[in-house]
Write a protein that binds this ligand. Structure first.
Ligand code: PEP
Ligand code: MG
Length: 587
């Protein structure tokens, strides 16, 4: 092999950090050609019986697989499989397929394919979290289809370790995989909340998604190298690159071991910090992780509104919020009011088409116009507050008037509840997300109206840099460590100190090692992050005393570029924490 030649490669979305190198292996996820036959009326009953038998056998087979593996699976994955089991037993699904057999009249295979395609399309149009339901439906459909067609699923071929490529990694695929042989994972589809991301992070396997036409890029027999933090992959890497990847792999494994073994859970508390979680669904959350945090700093309630065909009623929401409070068990929890619009549409909320949805009708801008949506939610939250402490957070706040308006509405609704004799919380705190640059600049004015603020750096950076947070094409311009961005965040933190009101950061910056360090040094004391980031953040707090972090960060704020800041923070993290971390890409 010529060491000088450039390695072929591709860029995707890094789902799980770490590096790997090894032979590629393709996991075929389709069931092949499905025959389509028109039946005679006399054949219909027997065909429906055949269908029902396949449903029963598939459920039995799946239950057996799940039971065999249950003990070894992390809680998050067990829940995925429990949800799938419910699909196998779902009377409605079985009846819908049987109805297609009868109305065709069609053979069971074709009827099943049509129904699964229909459902997967429905879920696929929804938000990312519910797009995963499409994967579940296809997964269940494939197992039943294989039984109908009497075809067997391929097992992981060969005997050595591999980098697995799948168009999409379905939950039951992960049951049949020999995890000891998984060096890395590459998929075409799968975002942050996808099953593949959950599996990969839980098992510490590097993973990249969003890589198209992979079979053409890396024919069978190729060697593949991947970097799961940067979302990069290379086909048949030249020896120098291969050695670098191997070094990166070894250092990531060592880093993970250090994080898992040595990090003191109590360190953040002893430094006067609050370590909070971002959540949208406790289903995927390990209860021990929840217990190790100080509460939930951002509960994204919009996910409660997705994956259904109508708005949840006030009573349904009340039951849901009470359940969250029960899980959180007396610690703080901040519910953000529904944040839809922009890149999070709701299928049953039809809004006008906009040229620039990210700059348009989203968050509080939308719910102020749709009071039918906002009022039941605020009433349910006020009522839930009678059962435990909670705070309410408004997304996409632009002006002080918006906070005033929400406060007035809360007063009105509390008065209504009093008149109706419904128990509710009296002093529920109201906060504003700082995601719009002008809100950051006006933080001290906002803090006169809001009880607290929470900086949503994912959106704040998107608007500061004029870079779509989902667009990999311009991702290099999304720079969390840019000194000007850090200076702006410092002003918000200072405004909070002056007003004696809490400031939290709840964007991804809160938990990515170098930006955690930067925020800590800027004086931030409340960090809310996805659970996977807790160990990294704790490591930062353990290695740096607050005044050391402050001195370090003070020294970088006058530098001209994010790269300059990144280099200094990175060197400090290597020296003090023994971890070589990289600045991250947008989410
Ligand atoms: C943010 O914008 O930083 C944030 C936390 O909100 P979301 O990621 O839900 O837009
Ligand atoms: Mg946001």
């Amino acid at each position: 092999m010529n060491p000088q030649r450039r390695a072929r490669g591709a860029r995707g979305l890094g789902l799980s950090p770490g590096a790997a190198i090894g032979p590629v292996w393709y996991l075929k996820d389709d069931v092949g050609e499905v025959p389509r036959l028109v039946l005679a009326a006399a054949q219909v009953d027997a065909e429906v019986a055949r269908l029902e038998e396949a449903f029963r056998d598939a459920a039995r087979e799946f239950r057996r697989l799940r039971d065999q593996n249950a003990a070894a699976l992390p809680e998050a994955e067990r829940r995925i499989f429990d949800a799938q089991l419910a699909l196998y037993d779902d009377e409605l699904l079985r009846q819908s397929v049987a109805a297609r057999v009868r109305s065709g009249p069609l053979n069971a295979e074709a009827a099943l394919k049509d129904e699964i395609d229909h459902l997967a399309q429905l879920f696929g149009r929804m938000d990312e979290l519910y797009r995963e339901r499409a994967a579940d439906v296809r997964d269940v459909g494939n197992r039943i289809q294989r039984l109908l067609l009497r075809r067997k699923q391929e097992a992981l071929a060969g005997s050595g370790p591999v980098i697995l490529w799948a168009r999409e990694l379905l939950p039951s695929d992960t049951l049949t995989l020999d995890r000891g042989r998984l060096l890395g994972i590459v998929t075409e589809v799968g975002g942050e909340a996808s099953h593949v991301a959950i599996l990969a992070r839980a098992s510490g396997v590097p993973a990249v998604s969003g890589v198209q036409r992979f079979e053409a890029l890396a024919p069978p027999g190729s060697t593949l190298a991947i970097d799961g933090r940067k979302g990069r992959l290379w086909v048949d890497p030249p020896p120098r690159l291969a050695r670098a990847i191997e070094r990166a792999r070894a250092s990531h494994v060592a880093e993970r071991r250090r994080l898992q073994d040595g990090v003191d859970v109590g360190v953040a508390r002893s430094r006067g910090l609050s370590l909070l979680l971002n959540s949208e669904n406790f289903d995927n959350l390990d209860p021990t992780v929840l217990r190790s945090a100080d509460g939930v700093g951002l509960y994204r309630t919009e996910f409660l509104f997705m994956g259904r065909s109508t708005f949840p009623s006030e009573e349904e929401q009340l039951a849901f919020y009470k359940d969250v409070l029960r899980h959180v068990d007396g610690r703080e929890v901040t519910f953000r009011t529904i944040d839809v619009g922009g890149d999070k549409p709701l299928p049953y909320l039809v809004t006008p088409r906009e040229q620039n949805p990210a700059l348009g009708w989203r968050g509080i801008r939308l719910t102020f116009e749709w009071l039918d949506l906002l009022i039941p939610q605020l009433r349910a939250l006020l009522r839930a507050a009678a059962h435990g402490p909670l705070k309410i957070l408004l997304p996409m706040v632009t002006t002080v008037e918006e906070v005033r308006r929400a406060r007035a509405l809360l007063h009105e609704l509390a008065a209504d509840l009093r008149r109706q004799g419904l128990p509710h919380g009296d002093a529920v705190q109201l906060g504003a997300m700082i995601e719009v640059p002008v809100a950051a600049l006006a933080a001290s004015d906002l803090l006169r109206e809001a009880d607290f603020v929470s900086i949503g750096t994912n959106d704040l950076l998107q608007y500061l840099f004029a870079v779509d947070r989902n667009d990999l094409q311009v991702a290099h311009l999304y720079q969390p460590l840019h000194p000007a961005a850090l200076r702006l965040i410092r002003e918000v933190i200072r405004a909070g100190v002056a007003a004696r009101r809490p400031v939290t950061v709840c964007g991804e910056m809160a938990g990515e090692l170098l930006s955690t360090l930067a925020l800590y040094g800027l004086g931030l004391r409340r960090f809310s992050m996805s659970p996977a980031h807790l160990p990294e953040a704790r490591l930062v707090f353990r290695c740096f005393a607050p005044e050391e972090a402050a001195a370090l960060v003070e020294g970088v704020l006058g530098l001209p570029t994010a790269a300059d800041v990144g280099a200094i923070l990175r060197a400090a993290a290597v020296e003090r924490c023994g971890v070589d971390a990289q600045p991250f890409l947008p989410r």
